[in-house]
Write a protein that binds this ligand. Structure first.
Ligand SMILES: [Zn+2]
Length: 298
């Protein structure tokens, strides 16, 4: 899908012949221009939102396609009779450097739908919230998978505020008209789909970031401890001249359970104290400790 400039008027009301054709590829029954009401919606754009997330500009065309044929419901009610509108066209539009998905939807005129149409005309139901699933989320600072690098959304790094960039559209869901807008821009409810959600995402969703950060730090310390344990075992094996090669020792140390390594280290230490009393005077690590990975930035 090509990026288009928004030269078309945001038309609401009677569909054009081209629009009617597109509508009828979505509709079960052949509809006439008089039977439908057409309106356009701004779905998602590539700007950083209040969650410090943004859609990758490159992801918008694929996402736009996924929205075609999706239905619109009123106030998040999922009953079939509430599925009043349907998107029949969606395109990426660029305006003032901002790319966004513009969608056109139709509503069948008549019955309770006329009330919704009247509300849209009056601006009461102008707000829409849409949902979609994205396969990938990367860090804007370093380009790593978001959550794997330690950069945090909304925090500044060398003057650059980190945000999560959503890529690889997986699915688009129904949209809903929200009578009372929850936010200034049309709400975009994003859900990561196509893969399992990370603990970090869950923590953010449920307001457990503080706990998550504490756990993250503890995990870092745990990994650091584990590394030192491995180094101690290797060092002691070499001191005791057990004959194994460095890479063999490293392989064993890497795969052994931490509890076993602790016991092994204790055994090696007491052995070393027996045969090489002077060596134990050195205590702890003689090697330079590896510094905590540079990604540790919480
Ligand atoms: Zn990062």
């Amino acid at each position: 899908m090509q990026i288009k400039k928004a030269t078309e008027a945001v038309s609401s009301g009677v569909p054009t012949a081209v629009q009617l054709e597109a509508i009828n590829t979505q509709a079960k029954a052949q509809l006439t221009a008089e039977q439908v009401y057409v309106f356009s919606l701004r779905l998602c754009d590539d700007q950083v939102d209040r969650d410090n997330e943004r859609f990758d500009t490159m992801a918008l065309p694929g996402l736009a396609k996924l929205f075609i044929g999706k239905t619109g419901i009123v106030d998040h009610c999922w009953r079939a009779e509430n599925q009043v509108a349907r998107i029949f066209e969606a395109q990426v539009v660029k305006e003032n450097g901002v790319s966004f998905i513009k969608a056109w939807a139709y509503i069948r005129r008549g019955g309770s739908n006329d009330e919704i149409i009247a509300d849209i005309e009056a601006g009461i139901k102008k707000e829409v919230s849409v949902g979609c699933a994205m396969g990938r989320c990367i860090c804007s600072v370093c380009g790593s998978e978001y959550g794997s690098c330690g950069h945090l959304k909304g925090e500044a790094y060398d003057g650059e505020v980190c945000c999560a960039i959503l890529q690889e559209p997986v699915d688009a869901y129904e949209f809903s008209f929200v009578a009372v807008p929850a936010q200034k821009e049309a709400g975009v409810l994003k859900a990561m789909g196509g893969r399992n959600r990370t603990l970090k995402e869950l923590a953010e969703e449920f307001g457990a970031q503080v706990e998550y950060r504490a756990l993250f730090k503890e995990a870092q310390l745990g990994r650091q401890y584990r590394k030192e344990l491995e180094q101690d075992v290797i060092r002691l094996c070499k001191i005791l001249d057990l004959g194994a090669e460095q890479d063999v020792l490293q392989g064993i140390a890497k795969t052994a359970a931490a509890e076993d390594l602790q016991k092994f280290r204790a055994a090696l230490e007491s052995k070393a104290a027996e045969v090489l009393p002077a060596m134990t005077q050195l205590g702890g690590n003689t090697q330079a400790k590896e510094t905590i990975e540079s990604g540790f930035m919480i």
